[in-house]
Design a protein around this ligand. Structure first.
Ligand code: FMN
Length: 196
């Protein structure tokens, strides 16, 4: 497995978290899942509007199939060994204090991304892995899980314990290792925008 290297000092948890596809399929109990969701709950959001909502399904329960079937076939080919799936939806409008009509929340997706990151870090700290999936049928998820129009499906998170890569389809085996990142010099600059 390739080693991740930070160029500036950071807590090792930021490097330890990654998104495997090979899972063991072992059961994830409800208290453990709720500890991951609890971490997501404490994410920051604009106006503290907390636009994220989570609809989850534990493997082997009746809730699993309707959510699993929204995934693309490629994502189904590995996510069927996950222990839980969590659909993240974000509310596109919010009710400002003192107002009686909902107004657009321009940071709803950004805020829900922070919630996903908190969930993933908590899972990693607990010895589990979280893998976000953008490749799913959002309208099918909306219909199957009764998601109201005001809520926007963002990702499905697959949660599991890391398994042996040999269980994966050949095309995914070679990718089953932590990847790297652009150098910070390509991402951050002082004063004005110098990037391509
Ligand atoms: C919003 C989002 C959507 C993603 N969609 C998919 C997906 O549909 N299928 C997949 O296998 N991985 C998906 N990923 C995983 C990314 O490829 C992965 O997070 C990225 O390569 C960084 O790797 P790491 O999470 O291991 O650090 C997604 C990740 C995010 C954050």
């Amino acid at each position: 497995m390739s080693e991740r290297e930070a160029h500036h000092p950071i807590d090792p948890q930021f490097l330890t978290r990654w998104s495997p596809r090979a899972f063991t399929g072992e059961p994830l109990d409800s208290p453990t899942l709720h500890s991951f969701l609890e971490a997501a709950r404490w994410a920051p959001s604009g106006y503290n509007a907390q636009p994220w909502r989570f609809v989850y399904a534990l493997a082997g329960t009746p809730a699993w199939t309707p959510l699993f079937e929204t995934l693309s076939s490629t994502n189904q080919s590995w996510a069927h060994r996950a222990s839980a799936l969590v659909l993240v939806v974000s509310q596109q409008r919010w009710l400002p204090p003192g107002k009686s009509v909902l107004e657009p929340n321009h940071t709803h997706a950004f805020d829900s991304g922070a919630a996903w990151a908190f969930l993933a870090l908590q899972a990693s700290i607990a010895g589990w892995h979280a893998h976000s999936i953008g490749g799913f049928d959002r309208e099918r998820a909306r219909a199957a899980l009764a998601i109201p129009e005001d809520y926007s499906p963002q990702v499905v998170i697959a949660l599991g314990r890391r398994g042996d890569p040999s269980v994966l389809p050949d095309a995914l085996k070679a990718r089953e290792q932590p990847n790297s990142r652009l150098p910070l010099s390509a991402l951050a600059a002082e004063g004005s925008f110098p990037f391509d």
